[in-house]
Ligand binder design. Structure first.
Ligand SMILES: Cc1ncc(COP(=O)(O)O)c(C=O)c1O
Length: 413
C-alpha cells in the first residue's frame, strides 16, 4: 500500500526546505522558489517579481512561456508526443532540414542535452578515427577550464578537475591544453589524435572568448593530422553571440558541432551536426537514445530556429549587447575596486570581480537577486549576464539600475 500518496503528498505545500529534504543535494538553489514566468520576468512563491538576466543558463532565449512556442508545442501536444526511433516524424525531419540548411552540416543527430550531444560527438570521432585510421588514433584534446557536460566521458574531457574528483577511474586518452595557447596546441595535436573539442567562447570557464588565431590553428592542425574538430556550441549557439552559431563569425568551420540549451528554449533537446562523410561512420545501431528527435522537442526547436535565424533578430542581439557593454564599462570604471573589464560576445557577458572582491561573484549576485535581478556566475570570480535575446532597452536600463544599487550595498556590507 502506498501510504505517502494517501497522506496528501502530491497536494500539500512545498517550500525551498522541501528541496533539502527530498532531492539529492547536487545543487544549492536560491532561497526563493520561482512559480511563474513570462518574457524576462519571473515571480516567486511570495508573488515577488524578478528581472531574469540568466535565461535558465543561456536557455530561454525567446523568453519564458514565449507565446509562439506555447502555441506550437500545444498544437503538437494534441497531435503526437512520442513514437521511439523505430519511426521518424515530421517535426524532426523539418528541424534536421532547417539546421543542415542553416549551417555547414549535412546531417543531424538529436538527443536531449548538451552532455549527450558532446557524448555523441566524441563517440563519433573515436569511431571515425578507429575505422578510417586504426585503433591507435584515439586521443582527445580539450582545453583547460572547458566544460562539456557531466556524463563520465564528457566530464573527463572537460578541463575542470574539480568535477572529476572521486569519479575515477576515468576514460583514458584525454589531454588538456591551455585555452588560446597555439604552441600548446601544436605540441598536443599529433597523429594519434581523434578529436579536438573546443568552445568558441568558454562559458562556464569564465566567459573567455576564443582567439580567432587559436581556432584557426586548431583547424589547420586537425587538417594536418586527420583529427576531427568539434565545436561545442551548447552555450554559444542559436544566436547567443549574435551569430546563429558562433563559428560563423570566426572564419573557422568545424567538422562536428554540438548544440542544446537555447535550441529548445527550456524544452530539453540536444543536437550534433556533422558532414555527410563523417556521419556515415555512425551506422544503424551504433548510437541512439529513446527520446532523441522526439516530436515535441523538435517542434519547439524548429520554431526557435525559424525565429532566431534572421538578420533582423541577430542584428538586435548585437545592438542589445553593445548597450549592455556600454553600461558595464561605465560601472567598472566607476567601481574599479569591485569590477574588472567586461568581456564576452553578444549576450554572453562576463564581468570579472577585481581586487579584494575576487572570489565573491556569488555574494554579489545574491544581493542583486534580493533587489530583484537574477544574474549568473561563471566560476567564483565572474558575474555572468545571459539575458533572453529578446531583452528590451527598458530591461537593460532596469538591470543597470539594480546592478548599481547592488554594488553600493555590496561595498557598504
Ligand atoms: C559549453 C557547454 N557544453 C556542454 C554543456 C552541458 O549541457 P547540459 O547541461 O545540457 O548537459 C554545457 C552546460 O552548461 C555547456 O555550457
Amino acid at each position: 500500500m502506498n501510504a505517502k500518496l494517501d497522506s496528501g503528498v502530491t497536494t500539500r505545500p512545498v517550500t525551498r526546505q522541501t528541496f533539502d529534504e527530498v532531492l539529492v543535494p547536487t545543487y544549492a538553489p536560491a532561497a526563493m522558489v520561482p512559480v511563474r514566468a513570462a518574457g524576462l520576468e519571473v515571480w516567486d512563491q511570495e508573488g515577488k517579481r524578478y528581472l531574469d538576466f540568466t535565461s535558465g543558463i543561456a536557455v530561454s532565449s525567446l523568453g519564458h512561456c514565449n507565446p509562439a512556442l506555447v502555441e506550437a508545442v500545444t498544437k503538437q501536444v494534441n497531435t503526437l508526443w512520442h513514437l521511439g526511433n523505430g519511426y521518424t516524424n515530421e517535426p524532426v525531419l523539418r528541424l534536421g532540414s532547417a539546421l543542415t540548411e542553416a549551417t555547414f552540416a549535412d546531417r543531424a543527430f538529436f538527443c536531449n542535452s548538451g552532455a549527450e550531444a558532446n557524448e555523441a560527438a566524441l563517440k563519433l570521432a573515436r569511431k571515425y578515427a578507429h575505422t578510417k585510421f586504426g585503433p591507435h588514433k584515439s586521443r582527445i584534446v580539450s582545453c583547460l577550464s572547458s566544460f562539456h557536460g557531466r556524463t563520465l566521458f564528457t566530464v573527463s574531457v572537460g578541463g575542470q578537475p574539480k568535477y572529476t574528483e572521486g569519479f575515477e577511474p576515468l576514460p583514458q586518452e584525454i589531454n588538456h591544453i591551455p585555452y588560446n595557447d597555439i604552441e600548446a596546441a601544436r605540441a598536443a595535436i599529433t597523429d594519434d589524435v581523434a578529436a579536438v573539442i573546443v568552445e568558441p567562447i568558454q562559458g562556464e570557464g569564465g566567459v573567455i572568448p576564443g582567439d580567432k588565431e587559436f581556432l584557426k590553428a586548431l583547424r589547420e592542425l586537425c587538417d594536418a593530422t586527420g583529427a576531427l574538430l568539434v565545436f561545442d556550441e551548447v552555450q554559444s549557439g542559436v544566436g547567443r553571440t549574435g551569430a546563429f552559431y558562433a563559428y560563423m563569425d570566426t572564419g573557422v568551420t568545424p567538422d562536428v558541432l554540438t548544440s542544446a540549451k537555447a535550441l529548445g528554449n527550456g524544452y530539453p533537446i540536444g543536437a550534433m551536426l556533422t558532414t555527410e562523410e563523417i556521419a556515415q561512420h555512425f551506422g544503424v545501431g551504433s548510437h541512439g537514445t529513446t527520446y532523441g528527435g522526439n516530436p515535441l522537442a523538435a517542434t519547439v526547436g524548429l520554431k526557435v530556429v525559424e525565429t532566431i535565424n534572421t538578420p533582423a533578430f541577430l542584428g538586435r542581439v548585437k545592438e542589445a549587447s553593445a548597450k549592455i557593454f556600454a553600461n558595464l564599462e561605465k560601472l567598472s570604471s566607476e567601481y574599479p575596486q569591485v569590477f574588472g573589464k567586461a568581456r564576452g560576445q553578444g549576450l554572453l557577458i562576463g564581468l570579472p570581480m577585481a581586487g579584494d572582491f575576487k572570489g565573491r561573484a556569488k555574494d554579489y549576485t545574491k544581493l542583486a537577486e534580493k533587489m530583484g535581478l537574477m544574474l549568473l556566475i561563471a566560476g567564483p570570480d565572474v558575474v555572468r549576464l545571459a539575458p533572453a535575446l529578446i531583452v528590451s532597452d527598458e530591461h537593460i536600463a532596469e538591470a543597470d539600475r539594480v546592478m548599481r544599487a547592488a554594488v553600493e550595498a555590496f561595498i557598504a556590507a
